[in-house]
Write a protein of this length. Sequence first.
Lengths: 424, 424
Amino acid sequence: MTDTRPIHQPANDRSAELPVGPRPAVPPMPDDLARWASADAVARPVRLARLRERMAQEAVDVYFGVSRENTRYLTGFVLAEGEEKVAGDSGRFLVSPAEVVVLVDSRYREQAEEECRGLRIEESYYDLPDRWEAIVRSLRAADGRPVRRVAVEATLVSHALWQALQAAAPDVELVAAGSWVEELRAVKEPAEIERIAAACAVADEALTRLLPSIRPGVTEHDLALQLEWEMRTHGAEALAFDVTCLSGPRAALPHGSPGDRPVTAGGVLLFDFGAQVAGYRSDMTRTLFVGEPSRRELELYRLVAVSQEAAFRALAEAASEHDAPTGVSVDAAARDVIAAAGHGDHFGHGLGHGIGLATHEMPSLSRRALPAPLPWPTVFSIEPGIYLPGETGIRIEDLVVFDPESDTLERLTGFPREVTVVGS
Amino acid sequence: MTDTRPIHQPANDRSAELPVGPRPAVPPMPDDLARWASADAVARPVRLARLRERMAQEAVDVYFGVSRENTRYLTGFVLAEGEEKVAGDSGRFLVSPAEVVVLVDSRYREQAEEECRGLRIEESYYDLPDRWEAIVRSLRAADGRPVRRVAVEATLVSHALWQALQAAAPDVELVAAGSWVEELRAVKEPAEIERIAAACAVADEALTRLLPSIRPGVTEHDLALQLEWEMRTHGAEALAFDVTCLSGPRAALPHGSPGDRPVTAGGVLLFDFGAQVAGYRSDMTRTLFVGEPSRRELELYRLVAVSQEAAFRALAEAASEHDAPTGVSVDAAARDVIAAAGHGDHFGHGLGHGIGLATHEMPSLSRRALPAPLPWPTVFSIEPGIYLPGETGIRIEDLVVFDPESDTLERLTGFPREVTVVGS
């Protein structure tokens, strides 16, 4: 039986519950998929135009990218998570002022012809340095002269590949690209937000369906597998990441893997999980109570919830003033609540991260975040936590869409944040 | 109903069927897991000693690694596939003549303390360049002097990180490490081969259980999901990679993703899939026939099977002479068969790849492989294929263990290679 209780005492006036945004139908219908595909087809030239503006500002003639997510965002070519490790040069791409070149080996040629219509497809099979000079020579700078400066995704391209490309065409200068595409990706188009919301809805429903199976004796591993199965058979094309399911003191491991440990009554059960729908991802953490919660764990739970609400409030106030706070300030708003209660040292990670084609992307909300205002419209997580090694761990994570231009701050994750008691 | 037929006409004398090696029990029992964990604990110091020998030969004082697989192999620290993307510096490691340092952020500290007993654990959170100088200064070269040369996994470390580390300690020379650890990993210990064999057995059983579900009308996606589920609920802790399930002309895409296309009678159905057991992976391709095969597809299937047998024969002959052929020569033995039948252009990929902690690792068997003899004992795939765009695709992939020292050449994948007709 599941028992849901309000987080706060009725007299508590600090409550700042965030409305849950529109709920897309899940699983997505073929119409949705077709609509999202057309939206991408319309958006891709706009995204490329923005990148080319940035290239012009930075005085580079060509952009060379290798990120799985940037490839999909700019060219439409799809690789699964991890597939880039076995795909050789496939999916790597070059953008010049007039052209987009997608590299593939023979295994991926038909796929690229389907997914990258109108783009130039070139063969390359783990041997890009041998082809580099010819490819770069075939491109032209904005004024038609030969290419002199190529921006490279230096945080992803290996040092060895960089050196080999430099040696292959010594008169073409390689420069480290900034987070130009990542900054574009941080600003979400409506069809991107829809897909993240759909992924959230898949995850919400999956956890709801899992609740009756949670009882003392069942293992973390079996619950994680069942939760995954609920998502994969009800609309998720993949997971956003491996399901975390940690019980009791194990919940103090913020990234532990589910094990063969049986769930026991009287402890927490922490789920951190996400779905992927049409390329876009969700991410949610819920800490449930198996059987009657202890007073101490309830207090910790309320503290984490109040910390999360402090972040919601900081964002909502900024949105209502059509303003964007920095990631550092939102992190501080939540962190101060936990630190004031003496648990500052037990909240070791950042408050949140952007999400979209990647599970973790820009913007970052943390002590180390950029001092610049958050971009918008954007989607990110708000996930404060308290971890007491050997004792317990509590985290509440929701995704929000933030758009101060339209005074929008909505939760995309719909599963209740209230104290939820299961297995009793 | 499933109908299995011999590949060859009775008069065909080219048959070179390979014996299937010992079949481990699946799912693995707690005893197996404990035995493999102890074997790793005993082997890790030996692996480190070999790496240190190589470091001495190459005159480097410290090895800096970031590969998920190398971390697990040398330190025991486990990251799931793709987790390194969100793990920051966690799992990166340094090996000096006297010490091993594993970097983790607070999220992974407890895990590292469990998995890396006896190693030095240092905190780092996406800020390694800030800590680099202090960490390197804390280590000593073999003769006790300060560290001067650090070998870096240059094919995995990004150019940006390399530059930042160089700037953080300008008097410490960074040099590109060769495939030193990857070469160690190519030589398999008995407990590693056992785990690959267990992963093969999980995959064999999963496909066997899937067969009754294959019939015209069911989609590629649903079959792929069911095959995955069979593996995940019967011994696989994870997949080696996303299941490929392609029907009819789609089988010509060697790496296509399963879609909503229903399986139709009269075409092929290609499965490429693998399981992971205790960190180690399997990889197998079977091309089944849905309903009565056409004469042309049967001929192609036989051609691919004979090509695979030619590779088996080349390896078996070498093994019986306690000799190791090169990856190029084994590839050629199989490729010549396909080329002689006029399909050389329809076999675009390499013949095989090593497998272990990674799905693709050393050694490579291809036209571009190293000219050196294959290492041993080792495990790799033999996977010739013929792809006719828009028409059909056929691939047969088995894993073999090769050890000429003991005249061993065995198949680890046990599912029949014979012509298999399903859904009739």
